[in-house]
Design a binder for this molecule. Structure first.
Ligand SMILES: [Zn+2]
Length: 96
């Protein structure tokens, strides 16, 4: 149990990858990885899409393929992103 807590804290501060598009450093805490229930993941590596703003204020999506220890095995950038506003609100309310 204590070990699990330590691992989860270490995960939050771990540098997972650097976005090849904007060079942003992406840490475990940016992805809320500690909130993922691994037993619900259908297959590994798990794709995780992280949308963020680059230096010029343009949104892009970085898809990271994470293995079961949350190490990034592959990644790809998409500069063409559309997020429906009502989808985002649903996600936020489900976190409360
Ligand atoms: Zn980026």
């Amino acid at each position: 149990m204590e070990n699990e807590r330590y691992e989860s804290r270490a995960l939050l501060s771990r540098l997972l990858t650097i976005c090849p598009q904007c060079k942003k450093h992406i840490y475990g805490k940016d992805l809320n990885l500690s909130e993922i229930d691994k037993s619900t993941v259908r297959s590994w590596p798990m794709p995780y899409v992280y949308c963020h703003l680059g230096e010029k204020g343009t949104i892009h999506a970085l898809t990271m393929y994470l293995d079961a220890s949350f190490t990034v095995r592959a990644r790809e950038v998409s500069e063409h992103v559309s997020i429906q506003e009502n989808t985002r609100n649903k996600k936020e309310s489900s976190l409360i």
